[in-house]
Write a protein of this length. Structure first.
Ligand code: IPM
Ligand code: MG
Length: 364
């Protein structure tokens, strides 16, 4: 089969990790007889530099006309000044909003090979395997009013955590659908003891649960969830939460996997039901790591796992996705590590070597 993939390498280590991901994807194409057509575009700091905007309309059009979008990372310290009129991150947020990517899936998995390689006790984290379903186009990120202004008594700023019933319903449904493909246990994360948006969230979750009698739902307050992630991560399976809570909890949870360089992410425009192909954008959860850029050091695994998610959610290639996941596991079991997951007695490899090793093991 033939697929059109929009490729947006972005800033910092983005281009390097994307190159390795494409290397692995090309191997999948050869082994399983698919043609992947890549259409490259700019996003983030590089787009500001060359096109004067963090995401040009043409790039957005290319994304809309593709089967999936593969993204590296955005962010450049040059634009870190909070006063700057445009930020590289604006491109990412625009892509999410304009492509309607409301559901962000972030799997957290402790690979047996990396269990001794984290800041946690191995016996606490061993076997942890859960997934976040993060709402991605609402809440504080997009709610209005959103502004800064001057008053006679100093400056003020406001962001708005706003959710409609519709927005909550569709993300809760994604949570239930994902739970159905796993242990049939869903944790809905909110702050219903304080926030109105969370009270609506919880009510809607209870209503939607009636359509999923086969799935057991539990409500968990976000602060307790932050604690549970590091106290007893094996307790978790599928968690559904609003945008900002999900942003914070997923970075926290990534540490269980040994590095943010292991945390993949799929942002979907539809409900992921098996056999249903939906437009999605696939990117690692980490940033552009500008200090590591151009050194052939960065860990490409999060991006490669994201690409595997693309194979199954947007292209319907489930067997191929499994082959990519297997190849990653093999490489880790054989002791190969990028700097960020390096451990005693392991073999340290570069970005490119990691890409080669994974590609060589596809379909083995
Ligand atoms: C993420 C990132 C983004 C977010 C930033 C880069 C805007 O942290 O994908 O988690 O906050 O959503
Ligand atoms: Mg984040």
């Amino acid at each position: 089969m033939e697929f059109r993939i929009a490729v947006l390498p972005g800033d910092g280590i983005g281009p390097e990790i994307i190159d390795e991901t494409i290397k692995v994807l090309n191997t999948v194409g050869i082994k399983y007889n698919h043609a992947f057509i890549y259409i490259k575009g700019l996003v983030g700091g590089v787009a500001i530099e060359k096109e004067g905007t963090a995401l040009a309309m043409d790039t957005l059009k290319v994304c809309k006309q593709s089967d999936a979008v593969l993204l590296g990372a955005v962010g450049d310290p040059k634009y870190d000044d909070p006063q700057a009129p445009i930020h590289p991150e604006d491109g990412l947020l625009k892509l999410r909003k304009e492509l309607g990517l409301f559901a962000n899936l972030r799997p957290v998995k402790v690979y047996p090979a990396l269990v001794d390689n984290t800041n946690f006790k191995p016996e606490v984290i061993r076997g942890s395997d859960f997934i976040f379903v993060r709402e991605l186009t609402g809440g504080l990120y997009f709610g209005r009013p959103k502004r800064q202004w001057k008053t006679t008594r100093g400056r003020r700023a406001v962001d708005t955590m706003s959710y409609s019933e519709q927005e909550i319903k569709r993300i809760i449904r994604v949570g239930f659908e994902v739970a159905r493909t796993r242990k049939k246990k869903l944790i809905s994360v909110d702050k219903a003891n304080v926030l109105q948006s969370s009270r609506l969230w919880r009510q809607v979750a209870i209503e939607i649960a009636e359509d999923y009698p086969d799935v057991e739902m539990e409500h968990m307050l976000v602060d307790a969830c932050g604690m549970r992630i590091i106290q007893n991560p094996r307790y978790l399976d599928v968690l559904v939460t609003e945008n900002t809570f999900g942003d914070i909890l997923t970075d926290e949870a990534s540490m269980l996997g040994g590095s943010l360089g292991m945390l993949a992410s799929a942002s979907l425009a539809g409900v992921p039901i098996t056999g249903n192909r939906t437009l999605g954008m696939y990117e690692p959860s980490h940033g552009s790591a500008p200090r590591r850029a151009g050194q052939n050091l960065a860990n490409p695994i999060a991006t490669i796992i994201s690409m595997a998610m693309m194979l199954s959610y947007s292209l319907g290639l489930v067997k191929e996705a499994k082959a990519v996941e297997k190849a990653i596991e093999k490489v880790l079991e054989e002791g190969y590590r990028t700097y960020d997951i390096m451990g005693e007695g392991m073999k340290k490899v570069s970005t490119k070597e990691m890409g080669d090793l994974i590609a060589e093991r596809i379909g083995e």
